[in-house]
Write a protein that binds this ligand. Structure first.
Ligand code: SF4
Length: 490
């Protein structure tokens, strides 16, 4: 869980990276890049490199700083490699599912880093197992690795990737080391982010551009949905292959609202700017008179500054203040699974500044409400220190359904907004007033049409074919019985 995220927020999935350099070992740049992506996963970290002869791998449970020692980095020889930070979303919470997933096949060695979640893993696993593939984990990344390995026996690299893309269904941004060739693949709907950057002596693929920044590189562009990017082995350039075309994308809007770093650029937008714009739209849609606007730190900050600025532009006499102080030393709250523990975690983590709040009407701005535990506790805390009234404004629509694309959103039963109207939620939370941002405002801030966003968790209609759920578009599920379904030979 990213620093500053609160106990009942959605939990991020994974971060991926891949580099190809001109001679220099890739391990250290990969390590720094993983540090920059640490907010995307704290369960495990790993790097796989290739030195032209053999593959080297180091994968450990824990944070990046704990997973690698100096000796580990020294041992990861070679100028190409991929890395991964993981929060488990499919597969067990143990080292067998930590990534990159690495394996040697007749077709060469593979190291795979995956961000996202396939929705047809079970069928694929069954089909591959029936044709003799043995699995060592229950994660979906190994399924992709086996499928790709099989295709590499029968086709060249580009066609093999295309065949695998035609069989897997769901959300995936992949960095892949096939011997000393580094590949980046983004699913045809571009659900999870992936971008390409240029370094002094090579090229990098990463989940977020912040990982390029820390290496003093330049962001070139996002990997396009359905695109395969192949980094040249000597770091001299990259090739692009548009392997799958689809009419509509399904970008996860939550990347901008919550998951990604504010200093990252995703699908053309600086996340910080998007959050400020969402805050401005929140004022336009549901601004309320109050003495002071408080962000819920840290993720509510950009929303609250946009909201307060828009209010002041409209002539409102309102102050923007940091009235909630965060204790940065409280541990990761997802290890506190009970409701009581989560409530205590909120009290440990956030402390209101009495002088900012006492005797004043307060508008608290947060990015989202999942279970509602944090919001309820916050309103109580602010009332306890003398707030005259506590209004709550949320920079995203109501979360009414779970995510199947790799985000731990909690189950439907746990979501405070599932099947309830805003006034019922307001009553539960104990706020004077409560408003969420509309879906249209989110789409406008992202400069996307609704049809190009994944809105599954806020509408209950998904951009993929998920058993028992409805979809918001026409989808043809891949025919996994035929390994070469829909694939032309050249
Ligand atoms: S369901 Fe929500 S969190 Fe999951 S991918 Fe879609 S928008 Fe993102």
């Amino acid at each position: 869980m990213p620093d500053g995220r609160h106990s009942d927020g959605p939990t991020e999935k994974c971060g991926v990276v891949g580099v190809s350099l001109d001679g220099r070992d890739a391990a250290r740049p990969l390590y720094y890049a993983l540090y920059a992506l640490q907010h995307r996963g704290q369960e495990s970290a790993g790097i796989v490199t290739h030195d032209g002869f053999q593959q080297h791998s180091h994968v450990e449970m824990g944070l990046v700083g704990d997973a690698f020692g100096e000796g580990d980095l020294e041992a990861l020889k070679g100028p190409t490699g991929v890395g991964h930070v993981r929060y488990p979303t499919a597969g067990s919470v143990n080292s067998c599912c930590a990534q990159p997933f690495s394996v040697s096949f007749k077709s060469g060695s593979l190291g795979l880093s995956h961000n996202g979640n396939l929705v047809n893993t079970a069928e694929l696993r069954e089909e591959l197992a029936a044709s003799g593939h043995a699995f060592t984990s229950d994660g979906d990344t190994e399924v992709i690795a086996h499928d790709l390995a099989r295709n590499l026996l029968e086709a060249d690299l580009i066609r093999a990737v295309k065949r695998t893309m035609d069989r897997i269904h769901g959300s995936y941004s992949l960095t892949i080391a096939h011997d000393d060739t580094i590949l980046g693949v983004r699913d045809p709907q571009g659900n999870r982010p992936l971008c390409i950057g240029e370094l002094d002596d090579g090229y990098i693929l990463a989940s977020e551009s912040a990982a390029i920044d820390v290496l003093d590189g330049d962001l070139i562009r996002d990997v396009r949905p359905g695109e395969l990017v192949v980094l040249e082995e000597d770091g001299a350039g990259f090739d692009s292959y548009q392997l799958v075309e689809q009419d509509n994308t399904a970008h996860c809007f939550f990347e901008h609202v919550y998951f990604a770093r504010p200093d990252s650029r995703i699908d053309g937008n600086l996340v910080y700017d998007v959050r400020r714009e969402l805050g401005r739209k929140l004022w336009e849609e549901s601004g309320v008179d109050s003495d002071v606007v408080l962000p819920v730190p840290d993720s509510g900050r950009a929303f609250a500054s946009g909201y307060a600025e828009a209010a002041q532009d409209d002539g409102a006499d309102v102050e923007f203040a940091e009235g909630l102080m965060k204790n940065r030393y409280v541990g990761r709250t997802f290890i506190m699974p009970t409701q009581d523990a989560r409530e205590r975690a909120v009290r440990l983590k956030l402390n209101p500044i009495r002088d900012v709040v006492e005797g004043r009407t307060v508008t608290v701005i947060d990015d989202s409400i999942v279970r509602g535990t944090t919001s309820t506790q916050l309103v109580k805390l602010l009332n306890d220190v003398g707030a005259e009234a506590v209004h709550m404004r949320i920079g995203a629509p109501e979360i009414v359904a779970p995510c199947y694309m790799g985000i731990d959103m909690a189950s439907r039963e746990e979501l405070i907004a599932a099947g309830r109207d805003t006034d019922e939620i307001r009553e539960d939370v104990g706020a004077e007033s409560l408003s969420y941002l509309s879906i249209d405002a989110v789409a406008a801030a992202l400069e996307e049409s609704r049809a190009d966003l994944c809105l599954g968790c806020v509408t209950g209609e998904y951009p993929y074919d998920i058993e028992g759920e409805s979809t918001d578009r026409d989808i043809v599920r891949p025919d996994i019985e035929d390994p070469h379904a829909g694939v032309a030979d050249d």
